[in-house]
Design a protein. Sequence first.
Lengths: 117, 114
Amino acid sequence: GAVVSQHPSWVICKSGTSVKIECRSLDFQATTMFWYRQFPKQSLMLMATSNEGSKATYEQGVEKDKFLINHASLTLSTLTVTSAHPEDSSFYICSAISGSGIGETQYFGPGTRLLVL
Amino acid sequence: AQKITQTQPGMFVQEKEAVTLDCTYDTSDPSYGLFWYKQPSSGEMIFLIYQGSYDQQNATEGRYSLNFQKARKSANLVISASQLGDSAMYFCAMREDSNYQLIWGAGTKLIIKP
């Protein structure tokens, strides 16, 4: 199956700092990557969709200046949480697909747990 | 209206028993896909099985099978011979032809008892 890596797995940072999370597709080219946020005991909440070489599409209510997404290549997308605050503490998980067909499976990275002190 | 409904917040099942996790969906698209994912406590989302709306047969993957009842708009996941390692959150998701994003259910927490 397709493999997606995510780095780092855990981040603890001070309030006001920026945190960058990397999402890589290791054995396929990802035309589209998705960034999700998940609160405890809840389902995934889509934050944004990114396509290689173009600006990310953000979901309603997600601040694009707060959560910067860069999809620089077909195998790498990054999410930067700028000026992080305690309310940004969450589990962030990315996924990637290689095509646009109805049955195209989203493969997920292992996720990043962010704790802002 | 909820597009994906998982009515079971949690389930306890005895090891080696079969378990059915419910999922109903709502869409007006004639073409759509249904997915099941498993999320263990580690957090990773593991793809389990896929069913396309035009697929004639129910999907199967090892111990996982999907009981697809199109008229009822249900896509229940069946796990046969459950194992302790099956304990996890299980999410049902749908992709409509008109939108490549996944729509997620609230999830079901499955606990397998020894």
